[in-house]
Structure formats: structure tokens, C-alpha cells
Design a protein around this ligand. Structure first.
Ligand SMILES: C=C(O[C@@H]1C=C(C(=O)O)C=C[C@H]1O)C(=O)O
Length: 190
């Protein structure tokens, strides 16, 4: 290779590499909340299945008994894990509400379309709820990382946009805001 090309070539390689490094860093800086938001999304993804199951069985969307069972166990686990129990409780209540908002939206849509029974639909108790229950300990692990010094609270400024990037666009902004509100509140107040 001619010598006159060596310096520009090396410069180009350095420029490319530095741009790649900046890109990788940029992405991780943008999405400090990625794990928590991905878990919130995974939980929301279960809502249509719950809605279908309840549509078929004509069960009410709200199940306060089930919610209390989850909240009681979350509080016990949070205490053992040294997580602020008020944060854990508010966070899970918000996830219930966000999921129910999607269920209500779907039931309204199906009603207007005269939707018949869905076939096949997974069983709520034995197939759908276990998926939600599996996510609970994973969400608690992420909540444990939430403190004023955490990357989560540091990226509070981009939480909403990060949430919109990570959580499926089928879920409305209103639903996303409900789901992330306890995190915003906790970081703002601590
Ligand atoms: C998901 C369900 O619907 C609602 C939402 C819940 C949740 O998000 O965990 C729990 C109970 C219900 O109020 C369900 O009944 O399992």
C-alpha cells in the first residue's frame, strides 16, 4: 500500500472505532432503565391473555382478592429483601392498574365488535397467572436496585422516553405513565 494512504487510513479507523464506542455508551446511557422497563412490558404483555380468558368466562376484570394475595406476599418479600415496602406495594398496584386498563380497553373493543368466544384460550389460574407470578421476584430484584444513587433514579429525566422505547407501542401512553409513576415518585421524593 502506498505510504501516503497510511495516515488517512489509520485516522479513519480511529474515527470509526471512537464512533462505535460512543454509540455503545450512548445506548446504555439512554436506557439505564432497560431491565425494569422490559419486565414491566413483559407483565403488560400478559394482559390480553387475561382479558381473553375473562371474556370467555365472563369473570370481572377486577379481582381484589387476587390482588390482595399478591400484595401481601410482595410486602413480606420486600421486607426480607430490604426494599421499601411502600414502594413495592405502590409499584405492584400500579402494574395491576396498568394491566386492567388494557383489559378494559380490549373488552370495550370486543363488545363493540360483537366478539364471540375466543378459541383456544389459556386457563387463567393454571397457565396465565403463573406467568405473572414468575415476573414478581424479577421485578422485586429490580426494585431493590432503586435508590437515590441508582442508575434508575439518575436516568429519571429520560424515564418516560425510555419507557416509550422499551414498552410495546400497543400500550397507550396513559398505561405506560401509570406503570412508571411509582418509580418517578420514589426517585423524586428520596
Ligand atoms: C391479571 C388479572 O387481572 C387483574 C389484575 C391483576 C394483576 O395485574 O396481577 C390481578 C387481579 C385482577 O384485578 C388477574 O385476575 O389475574
Amino acid at each position: 500500500m502506498k505510504e501516503k494512504y497510511t495516515v488517512p487510513l489509520i485516522l479513519m479507523i480511529i474515527l470509526c472505532l471512537s464512533s462505535c464506542i460512543r454509540k455503545t455508551h450512548g445506548n446504555s446511557d439512554d436506557l439505564q432503565n432497560k431491565v425494569l422497563l422490559t419486565l414491566i412490558d413483559k407483565r403488560l404483555q400478559v394482559a390480553p391473555l387475561v382479558a381473553k380468558s375473562k371474556w370467555n368466562t365472563q369473570k370481572p376484570i377486577d379481582d381484589p382478592v387476587r390482588e390482595k394475595i399478591i400484595l401481601d406476599s410482595v410486602e413480606v418479600k420486600a421486607e426480607k429483601m430490604n426494599i421499601d415496602t411502600r414502594l413495592a406495594s405502590a409499584f405492584f398496584q400500579a402494574q395491576f392498574e396498568a394491566g386492567k386498563m388494557e383489559q378494559r380497553r380490549l373488552h370495550k373493543e370486543w363488545k363493540s365488535q360483537n366478539q364471540g368466544l375466543f378459541d383456544p384460550v389459556p386457563d387463567l389460574a393454571t397457565e396465565v397467572r403463573p406467568v405473572l407470578d414468575n415476573l414478581t421476584p424479577q421485578l422485586l430484584i429490580e426494585l431493590k436496585k432503586l435508590n437515590t444513587q441508582s442508575e434508575y433514579c439518575k436516568s429519571l429525566g429520560t424515564l418516560k422516553t425510555d419507557a416509550r422505547k422499551t414498552i410495546d407501542s400497543r400500550f397507550s401512553d396513559e398505561i405506560v405513565n401509570v406503570a412508571i409513576e411509582p418509580i418517578e415518585k420514589y426517585c423524586r421524593e428520596h
